[in-house]
Design a protein around this ligand. Structure first.
Ligand code: GSH
Length: 200
């Protein structure tokens, strides 16, 4: 089983942290494949042309980070980080907000790269940035929905925040979000998180 990934992908980071948490290193190998290189193996296994996805030994692909994490957790691990999400709609909403926050931060980065091509859109830059700021405020207010034990939502949230640090250092999210700051500081100190830092 191989996880197709880049090491700068916050989506892939979630799946990598989960491997550490569930101690799945012996069954989970990693395969670097930059989506913009359009490798045949990647495009044949994932029609979306995105990473991460999990290529199983039987040829089936598990696509999208949320599904990859759920598969790794429930099928290969003990399922504990997924468990609090069951029938907990508020927590599932928090999970989705974190995923789309991550998506928006990635889009903002893509918009920066378009600057180099002279194609930058001020409309989209501002729209992405405003959505990020509002989502951070929302998360700060709604952290009480998080369970006490480590869940997929904790991993998702920290991956989003670490990506903002990695690509958007001008967004000083710690300034007005003490609860998020404390949570990120605590989780990022764990071995499973430090061993999966984002890098190029
Ligand atoms: N919803 C997807 C998003 C994955 C995603 O956007 N990955 C980025 C890398 S961080 C990518 O592959 N981008 C290439 C593209 O959009 O063509 C997930 O959760 O896995």
């Amino acid at each position: 089983m191989q996880l197709y990934l880049t090491f700068s992908s916050p989506f892939a980071r979630q799946a990598r942290i989960l491997v550490q948490e569930q101690k799945l290193n012996s069954v989970a190998t990693e395969r670097f494949s930059h989506p913009f290189h359009n490798e045949d193996e990647l495009l044949c296994s994932n029609p979306l042309g995105k990473v991460p996805f999990l290529s199983l030994d039987n040829g089936i692909s598990i696509i999208d980070s949320e599904i990859v994490c759920a598969y790794r957790d429930k099928r290969l691990g003990d399922g504990r980080p997924s468990q609090p999400l069951n029938d907990h709609w508020e927590l599932q909403t928090l999970h989705s907000v974190c995923s789309v926050l991550m998506d928006t931060a990635v889009h903002l980065q893509m918009e920066k790269l378009r600057t180099r091509e002279g194609l930058r859109s001020e409309f989209w830059r501002k729209r992405y940035l405003s959505a990020i700021v509002r989502s951070l405020d929302y998360l700060e207010k709604n952290l009480t929905a998080l369970p006490r034990t480590l869940s997929l939502v904790h991993i998702n949230l920290c991956s989003a925040l670490s990506y903002i640090d990695f690509r958007h250092e001008n967004i000083d999210w710690r300034l007005k979000h003490p609860q998020l700051t404390l949570l990120a500081k605590t989780l990022e100190a764990k071995e499973s998180f430090t061993s999966c830092k984002l890098h190029e």
